[in-house]
Design a protein around this ligand. Sequence first.
Ligand code: BTN
Length: 277
Amino acid sequence: MTGAPVLRFRLERHASLPSTNDRARTAAELGEPEGLWILAEEQTAGRGRLGRSWRSPRGNFHGSLLLRPDRPLAECATLSLVAALAVAEAIEALTAGRLRPRVKWPNDVLVGRAKLAGILPEAIGGADGRCDALILGIGVNLAHHPVDLDRPATSLTGLEEPAPGIEAFLEVLCGPLEARYARWREGGFAALREAWLARAVGIGEPVRLVVGGAAHEGRLADLGRDGSILLESPTGCLERFGTGELFLDPPPGAGAEGVEAAFAIAAESSSRGAGRL
Ligand code: BTN
């Protein structure tokens, strides 16, 4: 791994917050420089992608990192893929290689097919279409995981691994995250594409992608240098998607009913407000 240190990490720790992303956004709006971590032992209104809630009990990691990448919003959106890669690397290091977590586009971390961690990127856009601040919200199921979701989830405890404290986990995470961020600043997502692909699930497999309520079925052919995915339709056409929710192992005839549209790569940020990527 290459990349010189670029961040000066600081930590703000809370016993309880509604959402660490909200607190990080306030700090960003007050002009806080990049490198600030907001950590909460529990969140009372933790948020996931697609407008879902994110259960956030004590014992799990809930953290938001404030970055100021100063790049176009679309480029900054790829930082959520970078964060997922770093989280997977951190968990592998923490478990001395017993676990080798994989990444699922755009920003889930899985062990097997079960979700261990997720990223919620939110941007504050500048007037010129550049990213004034990017908040990387990271949730990792260290000690607990939900068992009543429609998709499988897991935790370190559930995988019979010891669950570290949240600051101990943060210490392990900062190394890969800083190194990957440094590399991204030098070469963009293209410089990390191979590393991401080496951990990816679903490449070459049949998948279903839901975009704007419409389901696209096909084979997940590749990942572009810009972080978008290429889907090969049953007729052999290649289509590029920068947004969407990806489902692996699609059940035959499954449609998009009931699936909300909200996505990771589309920059929804306005020039004034904070947006979810
Ligand atoms: C997902 O849906 O996979 C993303 C989950 C992100 C959860 C984290 S926990 C810390 C930060 N604060 C939030 O409210 N959400 C993110």
